[in-house]
Design a protein around this ligand. Sequence first.
Ligand SMILES: NC(=O)c1ccc[n+]([C@@H]2O[C@H](COP(=O)([O-])OP(=O)(O)OC[C@H]3O[C@@H](n4cnc5c(N)ncnc54)[C@H](O)[C@@H]3O)[C@@H](O)[C@H]2O)c1
Ligand SMILES: CC(C)[C@H](C(=O)O)[C@@H](O)C(=O)O
Length: 356
Amino acid sequence: MKIAILPGDGIGPEIVAQAVKVLNVLGESFELETAAVGGAGYAAHGHPLPEGTLALAKAADAVLFGAVGDYQYDTLERALRPEQAILGLRKQLGLFANLRPAVLYPELANASTLKPEVVAGLDILIIRELTGDIYFGQPRGVRECPDGAFKGQREGYDTMRYAEGEIRRIAHVAFQAARKRDKRLTSVDKANVLETFQFWRDIVTDVHQEYPDVALEHMYVDNAAMQLVRAPKKFDVLVTGNMFGDILSDQASMLTGSIGMLPSASLDANNKGLYEPSHGSAPDIAGKGIANPLATILSAAMMLRYSLNRAEQADRIENAVKAVLAQGLRTVDIYEAGTTKVGTEEMGNAVVKALA
Ligand SMILES: NC(=O)c1ccc[n+]([C@@H]2O[C@H](COP(=O)([O-])OP(=O)(O)OC[C@H]3O[C@@H](n4cnc5c(N)ncnc54)[C@H](O)[C@@H]3O)[C@@H](O)[C@H]2O)c1
Ligand SMILES: CC(C)[C@H](C(=O)O)[C@@H](O)C(=O)O
């Protein structure tokens, strides 16, 4: 089985190196092939998603991705910015279903900024639609404002849109995921203001008829943001659009102690997928050897479970992560008094050791 390794920028190479070490000690004969992506792709080949990288990602059985983005590229024209690499991969590989599990390991109850009793036992799954919404809607750009009080001035505009089929397929993914868990699904929208999300609500309600065993509730995104910090354990599975999912999943990451703990799977209709931590390239800490590699290592575990049919290896990795946390090892983002501060590499090595 072939795995495309795309480390990317910033802390990407540091954290992906730890996940690769873990994959290499599992005793499997995976073929790992690395390629440049993001700012690294632009620097090496003049494009954030070089043709060879895209071809590798398409040919591989799964993709392990670090993160892209670096402030030095923020002034490039949009098509050449590092972020276009991950957006392009999602679109071109048809990765419409993004699963972001926010699970609190008991050892990290005090690492969260919320009170331990609010987050203890947390296990929620955020399902984010990943290839539609205002992220990809056309037209978009900057133009002359055609009407209203600011007529004639320049205006920026984007288009929010969702086709019925796009909503139906992500709704099916969400209902099926809920069916395997506590059978409760919260669909998050902004139906009180936006036509796109009234339509979203209507279609999700329709799909619900096929899943009578799952309890469905609808919630406005502003309320969902509030409930996520007020009583996050009341949720089981949340499903939402691309932009709301981006924001809510970063918010949910802090329930788990750190954004460095939140893995993700981005899947197509056949469970082929790209696996990446939910965080970015963290340029502020890149090269310091302090980034938390656990979200990336846990993303590799999701890859084994969802795309490579190796659930027992995924369990092994997740148990090894639990073991290192139980040993008191902490990167700086999850550090608290009484635990042992370790760097990126030491954390990776500890997971490898715990697997033995
Ligand atoms: N999928 C992706 O590749 C992806 C996702 C989000 C942001 N980005 C890009 O990353 C760059 C930086 O964005 P940002 O600063 O808004 O978000 P970020 O997630 O990179 O960082 C936010 C904060 O979290 C910290 N952090 C993130 N990951 C961490 C880890 N593993 N361990 C410890 N601390 C960690 C960072 O140090 C920073 O303080 C931008 O160019 C952005 O576009 C890429
Ligand atoms: C880097 C950016 C394009 C990306 C997104 O907005 O989807 C990031 O925030 C994420 O969550 O993976």
